[in-house]
Design a binder for this molecule. Structure first.
Ligand code: CP3
Length: 369
């Protein structure tokens, strides 16, 4: 292997090593929604209007993707895109209203709406995303994360027509028209496989499936409706040999199912204790998470003491990537995240190692007694 391709796969980086359950010299960290409104440099170049226009401009999207890497010194970049990009690109008729989120005037209601999702080809319809990846592959010095929305989360925006708290229309369809609901999930699964495969072919180093709202389902419902889709996504992607992270909020009862479906890592939100997740998931899966984003609105001292607790909780995870439990809040002061990253890089592995050592010691004392 020549040195350029060795550099390009980033297999020795702390981020890829952690996700592959290998060795880390420093605790790797990135933040969900790291590119976004908390950065003044983002607000300065983002422009007005729909984020989907910014995403469709590869040089702008590449620049925005790199902003948090430059500012925070995080260990991975995440592609500047959105979970709604492929369904928008195939002509469903959905947009993202600033300050509100994904919105459509014609929600998904029946069989005939499947036609609005009939044609999607990642290379022709979202070529701009692949061009952004190509630019980034030349410029970035850290691994690049590609992503897509999980089928439940994307379906919920199409069915509700707008962001929702209780997913009433979505669940009503699931309960009363399960065949229709399944057809929608399957079509979204096909779109997602195509979109993520194209990202992997273009060279992303890891992928994350954001099924942010799937925690609205019970394990039984997840098994029936989502497991087949998630398994199809992860098994189709497995040939690319890149880490695959599954994330959702309020999913502590679903984490085992994420792993059964084929995820190699799970992202935890702040409601799930890392120690509990590690015990449940065993030694085959990497863990990512889970400092409460609201903590980042408090003092640096408080942020660091809470981050220290997260690190201690992660001590026995077989592979560990620091992140927040959900996205960076727009109100966050970026200078505080700079200090957090510095703290994690300087102290992360030491704190985790000490925690393992003192736990072992406590165990030994327990035996002596
Ligand atoms: O930095 C990154 O994490 C990469 C880019 C990214 C965006 N959206 C950009 C974006 C990622 C990974 C997403 C995923 C996404 N989009 C999710 C899953 C993650 C999560 O937070 O649960 C969801 C549910 C969406 C749908 C969506 N897009 C919402 C709810 C919103 C917020 C609407 C608002 O204005 O408050 C968006 C818009 C969006 N996507 C922004 C960004 C940076 C907001 C800023 C803007 O419009 O410039």
């Amino acid at each position: 292997m020549d040195s350029t391709s060795q550099m390009a796969d980033f297999s020795e980086s702390n981020f890829i090593q952690a996700l592959s359950l290998g060795k880390t010299e420093k605790t790797p960290v990135w933040f969900m929604r790291q590119a976004g409104r908390s950065l003044p440099e983002y607000r300065a170049i983002r422009g007005v209007g729909s984020i989907l226009d910014a995403v469709a401009n590869p040089s702008l999207a590449a620049e925005i993707t790199m902003q948090p890497v430059k500012r925070y010194g995080v260990d991975a970049a995440i592609l500047y895109s959105d979970i709604i990009v492929p369904v928008h690109a195939c002509g469903f008729g959905i947009d993202i209203i600033p300050g509100t989120g994904p919105t459509t005037d014609r929600p998904f209601e029946g069989e005939s709406d499947l036609k609005r999702l009939a044609n999607f080809d990642a290379k022709t319809d979202t070529g701009y995303v692949l061009s952004t990846i190509e630019i980034l592959k030349k410029e970035l010095e850290v691994p690049l994360i590609g992503f897509a929305g999980g089928p439940f989360t994307v379906a919920s925006y199409l069915i509700e027509g707008k962001p929702s708290r209780n997913f009433i229309k979505t669940k009503q369809m699931m309960y009363t028209q399960p065949k229709l609901f399944e057809s929608l999930l399957w079509r979204l699964t096909e779109i997602t496989v195509d979109f993520l495969s194209a990202q992997a072919q273009s060279g992303v180093n890891a992928i994350q499936l954001f099924d942010s709202w799937v925690g609205a389902l019970s394990p039984r419902e997840y098994r029936r409706f989502i497991t087949p889709c998630a398994s199809e996504i992860f098994s189709s992607l497995s040939k690319f040999n890149i880490p695959m992270i599954s994330f959702g909020t309020n999913t502590s009862e679903l984490l085992g199912l994420f792993v059964e479906a084929g995820a190699s890592a799970v992202g935890l939100d702040s409601n799930t204790e890392i120690t509990t997740a590690t015990k449940r998931l065993g030694d085959k899966v990497a863990i990512q998470g889970n400092l409460d984003p609201v903590v980042c609105l408090t003092s640096v001292d408080n942020i660091i003491s809470q981050a220290r607790q997260v690190l201690m909780d992660s001590a026995f995870a077989p592979g560990y990537v620091f992140n927040l439990g959900h996205g960076v809040l727009p109100e966050t002061d970026p200078t505080k995240l700079v200090e957090l990253v510095e703290f994690l890089h300087q102290n992360g592995e030491e704190i985790r190692k000490n925690e393992r050592a003192s736990a072992t010691l406590a165990n030994r004392e327990e035996h002596i007694k």
